[in-house]
Design a protein around this ligand. Structure first.
Ligand code: PMH
Length: 385
């Protein structure tokens, strides 16, 4: 962050870092003093920008970062992020030495992985690891006591490895039916109890469990979606213990305006036909920006009012129907607030029959992210240049 590059197209995502800070501070207040917050910034911070979110989260009280891949962790190190980073997904044993050198913690759940990784870690280095337990997600993790004991026997007395954590992941913590969550939590408590020594961090909670289940906080909460100000599920939305503030918004500016006469058509397939004389504006955003074709018909905000996208969405452009003529350059908000009206990320998710997580992730890297604090741009791309 800090560096501002020039942007030549009027389409951008705005990231409100005050909201990221507020969401992290709220979670910190919500958990016990001995519980740390791990800020989950994988997938480029759920599309918000990994380094900017990481910095904001760390300054607001998060103690550690989590990503999915070693590449993502390395990218953060290149961006001068020095905080502890946990890679939650699988990594190659061949890269264990690189991780150790960069002080990046890896997730381990296979004996063979450890045996192979040994050869790649310098004897003076130590790889910090968190053991992953599969308590019912069926994705990654140790499933039996035998597997754990084999892993512990490979590590025992070997200074190249330090078991710093143990964790699991819930499949249903965002659902109002708690039965499967409770089953997973008690299985995890049982499995963690098998360990020869309790590690420094024992953790299980994603946002949903962090928000709903203090008994699952243990000593770390992995905060993803709620840090971005979004609810883990629609079911949970009315039950949040503190309000969340959305950080992501998406904007563009009208590139062209014309009056179509009754019967004239719009876009590929000529599927939209003006029913009367209509003002149609062209926006410089399309499916290559992640504003996918399924969003045809979705409303956007301009002059604080909702207007529909008409005709097919193109790769780089789409068209909206205006209630009256508006000048080229008029700001259009596709996600976020304008003039007291708001389009939530959840509205776009519902239109696409998906979850809010997918919406911010799918806004492509062609769309520059602009970072704001106190209403001022503090980094990313400066669209005023
Ligand atoms: N921990 C792990 C292991 C995760 O995979 C995730 C999110 C989180 C914590 C954070 O969860 P939250 O965003 O609900 O707070 N993982 C994913 C995923 O794999 N698909 O969607 C979200």
């Amino acid at each position: 962050m800090g560096e501002q590059t020039k942007m030549y197209r009027d389409t951008w995502a705005e990231i409100n870092l005050d909201h990221i800070s507020y969401n992290v501070e709220s979670m910190k207040k919500h958990v016990d003093e001995g519980t740390i917050v791990i800020a989950v910034v994988k997938a480029n911070g759920y599309g918000h920008g990994d380094a900017a979110v990481a910095e904001a989260a760390l300054n607001a009280g998060a103690s550690c970062l989590a990503v999915a891949t070693l590449d993502e962790a390395m990218a953060l190190r290149k961006k001068k992020i020095a905080a502890p980073i946990l890679v939650m997904g699988a990594s190659r044993p061949e890269n264990a030495g690189d991780a150790a050198k960069e002080n990046i913690t890896l997730t381990v759940f296979q004996k063979d992985w450890l045996s192979a990784a040994k050869g790649y870690i310098k004897s003076a280095d130590t790889l910090h690891i968190h053991l992953k337990f599969d308590t019912g997600m069926g994705r990654l993790g140790i499933r039996s006591r035998d597997e754990l004991q084999e892993i512990e026997s490979v590590i025992k007395g070997d200074k190249r490895f330090l078991i710093e954590g143990a964790f699991t992941h819930f499949a249903t913590a965002d659902s109002l039916d708690n039965a499967y969550f409770e089953q997973q939590l008690s299985r995890f408590e049982e499995m963690a109890g098998w360990m020869e020594e309790a590690p420094k961090y024992v953790h299980s909670s994603n946002s949903a469990a962090g928000l709903r289940f203090p008994q699952a906080h243990l000593n770390a909460v992995r905060m993803g979606i709620s840090m971005y100000g979004l609810a883990p599920s629609m079911e949970m939305k009315p039950e949040l213990p503190f309000p969340l503030k959305e950080a992501f918004s998406l904007h563009t500016r009208i590139a062209h305006v014309k009056k179509l006469h009754k019967g004239e058509k719009v876009s590929y397939g000529a599927t939209y036909e003006a029913g009367e004389d209509e003002w149609i504006a062209t926006l410089p955003i399309g499916y290559a920006d992640g504003w996918i074709r399924k969003l045809q018909g979705q409303e956007v905000l301009t002059e604080g009012i909702r207007v529909p996208i008409v005709g097919r969405i193109c790769m780089d452009q789409c068209m909206i129907k205006l209630p009256h003529e508006m000048p080229v350059g008029t700001q259009v908000t596709l996600i976020g607030e304008q003039g007291g009206e708001k389009i939530h990320v959840d509205e776009i998710a519902q239109k696409l029959e998906t979850i809010n997580y997918e919406v911010t992730c799918m806004v492509s890297s062609r769309v520059p992210r602009i970072y704001k604090r106190d209403g001022h741009i503090i980094g990313g791309v400066n669209y005023l240049l």
